[in-house]
Design a protein around this ligand. Structure first.
Ligand code: BDP
Length: 649
């Protein structure tokens, strides 16, 4: 018996030693680790990408079934060498960044400079920053990257570009990161002059099959395609009388022999109903069960478009026969671009309160990365990149823990001995910042009242003759003499019907609808009393006021923390926080002055009445010619901002 056990143990140790050491993991360890010796152990029965860390005598042992697991184990050990033993495996097998990078180097909705990918220099010259990028991603468990914009140029599939893509894939591979591409559905017509891109035409299916073969001959572990089809003017199968399923399955079949996948986006809103919030559901729900197994439907977290707060998209619960994944937006298109602190982990964990992570196959985040020195523009936006990766690995992690990890590693001067009270003030800034943005931009369920085009400042009055109604704020806020908000109840657009019971009834009833979604689902009379006892009008004023004072408070706290913050970051962030506070006042003044035209009620006590008349507020015209990178300096040139400096004492 004993001999048997000894033999089995010997066999096991033979198995665990039978592979060479994982080389990237070892290199990263040697580069960064200063503690006791670490041994890698090959444990084939573990899950892909999983790792375990334990102590054996004075050494650490990192076990994994594969090299990526070993690498993740190293980064995890570097983050925390105390809570041992532990074993971890990722919640989602696919954890992807989506770059909205164009081939000309611009980044759609990017606020961190130009694209990191230097397409002109590739494939011959490979920037060392690609390696930094790969490491940063591997550190937080990202295992895939879609390199180009969903509004995709067909050129990305030309042979010249594929060779460049292959070069990037070579850099990322040792870090466990696969490359994917966004593809334009009309590529066969544009690149090779086919007369059609009809997904059922034999010449089209052949074209995609050959293209897939070509891609895999260059990149054997290529991940697959991301597709934005029949949305905002992009071509798609419906141009040829076919369905989303026809289009997605055709691409999926071309990739299948190579193990690739298709991520087909559900961000569509052709006006098949008067309410935009219902359209994606209406278009996709009937297609449930019609997609091939290697298709995943990629759904934005909310039914409209990455607003500071949205209820979850009901489509997540409506396609049980189809693989689904969530798309979050890490770049702050609607949350102050690179100027505002908006730590997004609380927004994403809020989503997971409604949508179970186990119901999703994958997770994607629209990247906030560019070629600026710190890769994220606003140094604090690095926390969102970190948070996205960490939650993609483990959606149960608390925002506080994630924020602490990031603050400790990136913000503080090492060994700075920051007093607890100042540290918790800093931490609290991160944790309250998203809610502060909601308060000073769109409290109580308001949404999409941004200035047309740049999605930065307020423009609830915006009216552009001939523009699509659902691109204009009035469509969403519905302000009138009676009240404010979009009636999506059974007596209105009936969007509530897309939610399951008992949530549906809860949302439908003005008294039980969570107040954070009140104006999303209800047209509420100005004098309706809320839980606080305030009328809607008063509560709205208080929320805007609270948003402003919170943003102003951030300037003070940041100043207090100055001795403990890395000096190269302090001044930069201080400037952005001042802009944020000024913007918060701008939002409050503009929205309240405008809505007051309808409510005709006085400002309640405790709320500083805006001094600028509405007509003057309407004249503020941000000198943002390049919406992609409005620097604080540019914004400071706005007269209004100059006239209301941030109070820091
Ligand atoms: C919106 C952006 C637009 C994107 C679109 C999308 O404003 O630039 O192309 O979403 O996700 O949020 O396709």
């Amino acid at each position: 018996m004993n001999r048997l056990i000894i033999m089995a143990a010997a066999l096991l140790s033979l198995v665990s030693c039978s592979r060479p050491e994982p080389s990237t993991a070892r290199r990263e360890l040697d580069r960064l680790w200063k503690g006791s010796p670490v041994e890698f152990r090959h444990t084939p029965e573990m899950k892909a990408e999983a790792f375990g860390i334990e102590r054996e005598g004075h050494k650490f042992v990192i076990s994994s079934a594969d090299d990526t697991g070993a690498l993740y184990g190293v980064y995890s050990l570097l983050r925390d060498s105390m809570q041992i033993p532990r074993e971890e495996s990722p919640a989602f097998p696919l954890r992807l960044l989506n770059h909205w990078d164009n081939l000309d180097g611009t980044v759609e909705r990017g606020y961190a400079g130009h694209s990191l990918w230097d397409w002109d220099a590739l494939p011959d010259s490979v920037s060392p920053r690609y390696l930094d990028y790969a490491r940063e991603n591997a550190r937080i468990g990202i295992n895939g990257t879609v390199l180009n914009n969903v509004n995709a140029s067909p050129q990305i599939l030309s042979h010249d570009y594929l060779v460049k893509v292959a070069r990037l894939a070579d850099v990322f591979r040792p870090y466990g990161i696969k490359v994917y591409l966004s593809v334009n559905f009309a590529s066969p017509m544009v690149l090779d002059s086919l007369p059609t891109a009809d997904p059922l035409a034999a010449e089209v299916t052949d074209w995609w099959k050959n293209k897939a073969d070509e891609i895999y001959s260059l990149i054997p572990d290529f991940g697959g395609f991301l597709v934005k089809a029949n949305s905002e003017g992009q071509p798609g199968p419906m141009d040829f009388g076919r369905s989303h399923a026809d289009g997605a399955n055709m691409l999926a079949r071309a990739l299948k022999p190579h193990g690739g996948i298709v991520m087909w986006r559900a961000f569509v809103y052709s006006p098949i109903d008067a309410d935009r919030a219902k359209q994606a559901y209406m278009e996709f729900q009937p297609l449930d069960g019609k997609f091939d197994p290697n298709v995943i439907i990629q759904i934005k977290n909310g039914p409209i478009d990455f607003q500071p707060r949205e209820p979850y998209s009901p489509l997540f619960g409506a396609m049980p026969q189809t693989d689904r994944m969530v798309e979050f937006q890490v770049t702050q298109e609607y949350l102050g671009h690179a100027n505002h602190l908006a730590f997004l982990a609380p927004m994403w964990t809020e989503f997971f309160e409604y949508v179970k992570p186990s119901s999703l196959t994958a997770i994607a985040g629209v990247a906030n990365i560019g070629d600026s020195d710190n890769m994220t523009g606003n140094p604090l936006a690095g926390a969102n990149w970190h948070a996205f990766g960490r939650l993609a690995w483990d959606p149960q992690l608390s925002p506080a823990r994630i924020a602490r990890e990031w603050i400790d590693a990136n913000l503080l001067i090492p060994g700075s001995n920051i007093p607890d009270s100042i540290y918790s003030g800093l931490l609290d800034m991160f944790l309250t910042s998203r809610e502060a943005v909601v308060d000073y931009m769109m409290p109580l369920g308001l949404h999409h009242i941004f200035a047309f085009g740049h999605h930065y400042g307020p423009e609830p009055w915006c009216d552009i003759p001939g523009a699509r109604p659902d691109w204009l704020p009035k469509y969403y806020h519905c302000a009138d003499r009676q009240g404010l908000g979009f009636n999506r109840t059974t007596s209105g657009s009936n969007a509530v019907e897309q939610y399951p019971e008992p949530l549906r009834s809860q949302l439908n009833d003005i008294d039980t609808c969570p107040e954070e979604f009140l104006l999303w689902f209800h047209h509420v009379p100005w004098t309706h009393r809320l839980k606080s006892g305030h009328t809607l009008w008063d509560e709205l004023c208080y929320r805007y006021e609270r948003g402003v004072s919170t943003a102003e408070d951030y300037c003070r706290r940041w100043e207090e923390a100055r001795p403990y913050i890395r000096p190269e970051l302090h001044a930069d962030v201080a400037e952005r926080l001042r802009t944020q506070a000024a913007d918060a006042r701008w939002w409050k003044d503009a929205c309240l002055q405008y809505f007051r035209e309808y409510s005709r009620l006085p400002y309640p006590t405790g709320v500083t009445a805006p001094v600028q008349p509405l007509e003057q507020l309407k004249r503020i015209n941000l000198p943002i010619t390049n919406f992609e990178s409005p620097t604080p300096a540019l914004l400071d040139s706005v007269r209004y901002h100059k006239s209301t400096p941030c109070r820091t004492s």
